[in-house]
Design a binder for this molecule. Structure first.
Ligand SMILES: [Zn+2]
Length: 401
């Protein structure tokens, strides 16, 4: 660590009151911060983070506080990860999430993804899954420990629910991550959520538990033995920079840290201060009620093209015959008018620019379709008949035939 950096390093001071321990910043250990909102947990995570070779800050809160790294001593070594639908203008380099690879991380100290880098929550949750399981999990060999910050564990849980559609599976995935991350050289630090059903499991796999302001409800049952060492009243409302530390080997310390000077204050607008501008694009539509989502639409189109049979598409997609025809028809119409199907494009479907011919559509009539919706010619009906089974090869465009 350079002179300049160590001068700026926020202190973490410990006084051991039971046994004698040590925080091993060179090991892929698991850290848990326990405390009420506003008790300075996030600032403590940042003070811990800077002691590691690399900081990966993905699971942040809605207020994008991770942007504060942009005014930290590491401001010249930050990579933004942004949603595919988003355009960003700032002085920092970025990667779109679908293009991110593990080797992109090598050249930067801080890897940052904040909520505002996505057009909506769905896009963010998809991105988090992708980054974690398709990028970070590929770290098979390692020598230096990287620090994975989870400022909001609920963001992790919700992003997993999106995949597994099941809350308890998502929780198990999280515990699994905490257990397994060490094998890939990640120290993971978590701000606990008050989902008491999982909090205890998180604590059980933690190497260090930092206890901050616990309020009148006091410590969870499994930690109450600490009251034998620290007065309960004094733990209700300590200052934000104070904490009690429990090491999983048994030692207990009291301590304090200095708040990182770059840490975001509640009312700051970091986007304005840092000159970061974001333009949101089209993101996939999620279906509501009986309406199908863009993913469902693209799935129908893809299945239809690949099986060439409406009956197979019915079976594989679990959709009614009429629904399938309607979506193929809409897909084709959109391509004729705009050159692409916007529903397929939003989810990067394979057939975004390909008209799907059905037996009911004569090639000749397709060629005469109006190319713009403003045309006054009567529009030929597409796919009105249902006796399908006819698909164009991928590279064939009806217009050019
Ligand atoms: Zn489509």
């Amino acid at each position: 660590m350079s002179q300049k950096t160590s001068y700026l390093t926020p202190k973490i001071n410990l006084m051991w009151i039971r046994g004698r321990g040590k925080i091993q910043f060179d090991r892929p250990h698991t850290y848990t911060n326990l405390g009420l909102r506003g008790s300075g947990k996030s600032a403590l995570l940042e003070a811990l983070a800077i002691r590691f070779d690399k900081i990966i800050d993905l699971f942040g809160s809605r207020d994008s506080e991770g942007l504060a790294w942009c005014r930290s001593p590491f401001k010249d070594s930050i990579l933004f990860i942004i949603g595919d639908s988003v355009e960003i203008s700032s002085e920092w380099p970025y990667k779109k999430v679908s293009e991110l690879t593990l080797s992109d991380l090598n050249d930067y100290k801080v890897i940052l993804s904040v909520s505002a880098f996505y057009s909506n929550l769905d896009e963010e949750f998809d991105a988090l899954n992708h980054i974690l399981y398709n990028v970070l999990y590929r770290r098979i060999q390692w020598s230096k420990v990287w620090f994975l910050m989870v400022r909001e564990a609920s963001n992790f849980i919700y992003s997993r629910i999106k995949i597994s559609r099941n809350q308890s599976v998502a929780k198990n995935d999280f515990i699994y991550l905490l257990r397994e991350a060490r094998h890939m050289g990640y120290a993971v630090a978590v701000d606990t959520i008050r989902w008491t059903s999982i909090d205890k499991e998180i604590r059980d796999v933690s190497d260090y538990i930092f206890i901050k302001r616990v309020g009148v409800q006091g410590l969870p049952r499994d930690l109450r033995f600490i009251y034998g060492y620290v007065n309960p009243i004094s733990m209700m409302n300590p200052k934000p920079h104070q904490f009690v530390l429990l090491s999983n080997r048994g030692p207990i310390a009291i301590g304090f840290f200095s708040k990182p000077p770059w840490h975001k204050e509640e009312k700051e607008n970091l986007f304005r201060e840092l000159g970061i501008q974001i333009k949101y694009g089209e993101v996939p539509q999620v279906g509501i009620g009986i309406q199908l989502s863009d993913w469902d639409h693209a799935e129908i189109v893809k299945t239809y093209v690949e099986t060439g049979k409406v009956s197979e598409t019915e079976r594989l997609c679990g959709r009614a015959r009429g629904t399938i025809y309607r979506h193929v028809k809409k897909h084709n119409l959109s391509i004729k008018r705009k050159g692409f199907c916007e529903r397929c494009r939003r989810v990067k479907g394979a057939y975004t620019e390909q008209v799907i011919l059905t037996r009911g559509v004569a090639k000749g009539s397709l060629a005469h379709l109006p190319s713009a919706p403003t045309s006054s010619k009567p529009k030929p009906r597409i796919g009105a008949k249902n006796d399908v089974n006819f698909t164009l090869a991928r590279n064939v465009k009806p217009e050019t035939e």
